[in-house]
Design a protein around this ligand. Structure first.
Ligand code: HEC
Length: 465
């Protein structure tokens, strides 16, 4: 995994900065040393502030520097970073207090300036999304300036009040497997086949994952397995002596994945509610496969993650989280090949939604000639993927971008909810484009579920009008 070396270098850099505050050559280290001794006092900060040109030596008494931790930086870190960068969570260091923020400050700036952090794949030029955690240009500039002027702490009194948290969601179903300790480094993908408790049709209207051991649960995808296909998955489960079974690009099972997506979750996820009035039907006798991507760390406790679902007996707009890909790739009739030595292999697929729904689900709620609403989209490839996009091609020749991920990262995939849902007519089609790099590969890679295979999948949330 390339993540580890890239992580280690800045960690070391920051540790060195943190330890020899006076030895470093950057202006940031000076500020850190001073503010560290002036914890909680405003006089100390005024002297730190005087190192910043912005204050032009006019600071007197309790005048604050142009940017301070408590007034300007903490609110951003709390809102955009600390949901992962907190003790015991998935990120490698915490950003919860002044000491931590000033210790890591210098290495935060390059990551936020090139938009690596917070992790968020979709290109803002393509579409706008709800729950977009990206920092604004102003927020990026604020943190950069704070580091530049020596990371003054400022007065805790000046911390702006926090926004009220959103009202809690009333989940009515909880699914959990048995405790599991991943042992495959650096990544282990495990699928758990869980019983679905409801005895009549239910519509899932919100989904959340509560990781049991936060430090190792990187990413979760939940799938509904229809009763007719449960045996295939039960066989996979039985064949593996440990809890659950190994899986990778999907829940395993058959060649043509009819396994319906229920939702995807990553640490720090915001939201969890499906678009208002919509829900995904789960029939009695179904099972749920929960695929957990683990990043094992030494000393972690066994994980028992819980899937929380809010369900309703009826919804106004039944919906599917549809995987879109060329069925001929999956069947091997048309090979989705990625030859070794090629650095940019492109695969595309175009489909109209009513036929995709008909092919996968044959559901009377969705007529072949009916428009549908699209309100979320995502993409799925494995590790050779470099970029991908999904768009609607209008019958009249227009085109609308749904989601585009210019720097594909298998670790941070998601399904993103549009700020503005759109209606797709039967004369429109959905166009999927994936790019792969197999330059360093030894052999041709083709469609499949495994680590050595690839996929090119669009995921769309479609609801009946
Ligand atoms: C969704 C969880 C999440 C959020 C939100 C998040 N991070 Fe991270 N961050 C991680 C993880 C996990 C890593 C370890 C590397 C990786 O897996 O990409 C990391 C690594 C880093 C690194 C080290 C980079 C490296 O080279 O490995 C920096 C710096 C960083 N984060 C800063 C931030 C800042 C600043 C914010 C907020 C603006 C933020 N992160 C928000 C999860 C998160």
């Amino acid at each position: 995994m390339p993540l580890r070396p890239s992580l280690v270098a800045p960690l070391f850099a920051a540790l060195i900065l943190g330890c020899n505050g006076s030895g470093g050559a950057t202006s940031a280290t000076t500020g850190e040393g001073e503010s560290g001794t002036a914890q909680g006092s405003t006089t100390g900060d005024a002297s730190t502030g005087s190192t910043g040109a912005e204050t032009s030596g006019t600071s007197v008494g309790d005048d604050e520097p142009s940017v301070t931790y408590f007034r300007d930086v903490k609110p951003i870190l709390d809102q955009r970073c600390a949901n992962c960068h907190r003790t015991g969570d998935i990120a490698p260091f915490a950003l919860e207090n002044y000491q931590q923020a000033s210790m890591w400050g210098p290495i935060l700036v390059p990551e936020i300036e090139d938009k690596t952090m917070p992790p968020w794949g979709p290109d803002a030029d393509c579409n706008s999304y709800l729950h977009d955690p990206s920092l604004s240009d102003l927020e990026i500039a604020t943190i950069a300036e704070w580091v530049d002027i020596g990371m003054p702490e400022g007065d805790p009194e000046n911390e702006p009040p926090k926004a009220d948290p959103p009202p809690p969601i009333d989940y009515d179903i909880e699914l959990a497997g048995v405790p599991f300790s991943p042992t495959i480094y650096p990544d282990e993908y495990r699928c758990f086949l869980l019983d679905w408790p409801a005895l009549s049709d239910r519509y899932v209207t919100a989904l959340n994952i509560v990781p049991g051991e936060r430090s190792i649960v990187h990413h979760v995808i939940a799938y509904v397995i229809p009763s007719a296909e449960v045996d295939t998955y039960a066989a996979l489960d039985d064949a593996d002596p440990l809890p659950g079974y190994e899986c990778y690009g999907g829940p395993g099972g058959e060649e043509v994945p009819r396994a319906q997506w229920l939702g995807a979750w990553a640490p720090g996820a915001l939201g969890g509610e499906l678009p208002e009035g919509t829900g995904i039907r789960v029939a009695p006798g179904s099972k749920v496969v929960v695929q957990i991507h683990y990043h094992p760390v030494a000393g972690a406790e066994p994980d028992l993650s819980v899937v929380q679902l809010r369900t309703a007996a009826m919804v106004e707009h039944p919906a599917y989280l549809l995987p879109l890909a060329n069925p001929l790739w999956m069947l091997g009739v048309v090979e989705m090949t990625i030859p070794a030595g090629e650095s940019d292999v492109r695969h595309t697929f175009e489909v109209d939604l009513p036929s995709a729904i008909d092919y996968l689900h044959n559901d009377a709620e969705f007529g072949l000639d009916e428009p549908v609403q699209l309100s979320m989209a995502g993409l799925h490839m494995h590790k050779l993927g470099t970029r991908a996009s999904l768009s609607v091609k209008r019958g009249d020749g227009g085109e609308q971008c749904l989601v585009s991920v210019p720097r594909w990262d298998f670790n941070w995939q998601g399904v993103y909810e549009f700020e503005t849902p759109l209606i797709v007519d039967p004369s429109d089609s959905v166009f999927l484009e994936c790019h792969f790099n197999n330059q360093a590969g030894e052999g041709t890679v083709a469609w499949g579920d495994g680590t050595e295979d690839e996929m090119c999948l669009g995921i769309v949330y479609v609801s009946a009008l």
